[in-house]
Design a protein around this ligand. Structure first.
Ligand SMILES: [Zn+2]
Length: 236
């Protein structure tokens, strides 16, 4: 039995995100509050709170009176989401390249450096999060609330698609593709930036392949335990 008080809400959220983004949970599997409460040694109320947050972040689906489930995206959902991203983000890249300040350039460079470090340390959850944030960061630089909100939803939906479809060794966003976008932005070339962004999103889409189900995937416990171990190793 895990010790009570071993995990705070932030830790439970980080561990569940890691397990979800690892793609080791079965699509459509139920995330039972009672079961998770036992795994983490906390109350069901605290699990419910974390599940609500994960639902808000689109990492899981929550239904009133039915509970929380691992998302179950189809390949058609994936195509539509990537098409939407090419439409929106081609425009974002163009817009940002036309107006990039020196300060924004420094922020983008710094972000890119952390992304490359996460990739080198093979931390999949960090890589997924940081590469998603690169796209959000560009959206924020438009300073348009509608664009930012649309992108937050699209990026969250993409993170879960990547977990289910992509083969586990490939990175969801190739670091050198982000660098190509960054270089075009730094040279203030709108057409090159839009082109690099759209090419990047098309390449991610071609890397999406439904995965073979790993052994024991139907059970939540192995994936959760692996995520708990990874979390505790990082916390040391
Ligand atoms: Zn990317």
């Amino acid at each position: 039995m895990p010790m009570t008080g071993r995990f705070d809400d932030q830790a439970i959220h980080a561990i569940l995100s890691e397990a979800l983004l690892s793609g080791r949970l079965m699509a459509g599997a139920k995330l039972g509050e009672q079961r998770l409460a036992a795994v983490f040694g906390v109350t069901r109320e605290r699990i419910r709170k974390v599940l609500l947050r994960l639902g808000h972040e689109r990492l899981i689906e929550t239904f009133p009176n039915r509970g929380a489930y691992v998302v179950n995206p189809s390949i058609e959902d994936a195509r539509e989401i990537y098409e939407a991203r090419r439409v929106v983000e081609g425009g974002i890249a163009w817009h940002v390249a036309e107006r990039l300040s020196d300060e924004q350039q420094t922020v983008l460079r710094a972000h890119f450096t952390s992304e490359r470090q996460a990739h080198q340390h093979r931390s999949r959850a960090d890589s997924v999060r940081l590469s998603g944030e690169f796209h959000i960061l560009l959206a924020r630089m438009t300073k348009n609330e509608f664009v930012i909100r649309t992108m937050q939803e699209l990026v969250a939906r993409t993170s879960m698609l990547v977990a289910f479809f992509e083969d586990s060794n490939a990175s969801e966003c190739a670091v050198d593709e982000h660098e190509e976008i960054l270089l075009a932005l730094e040279s203030r070339n709108p057409a090159a930036a839009a082109h690099a962004m759209m090419a990047h999103l098309a390449l991610i889409e071609t890397r999406l392949h439904p995965r073979a189900a790993p052994a024991g995937k139907a059970d939540l416990l192995p994936a959760l335990n692996a995520a708990i171990e990874a979390y505790e190793a990082r916390a040391k």
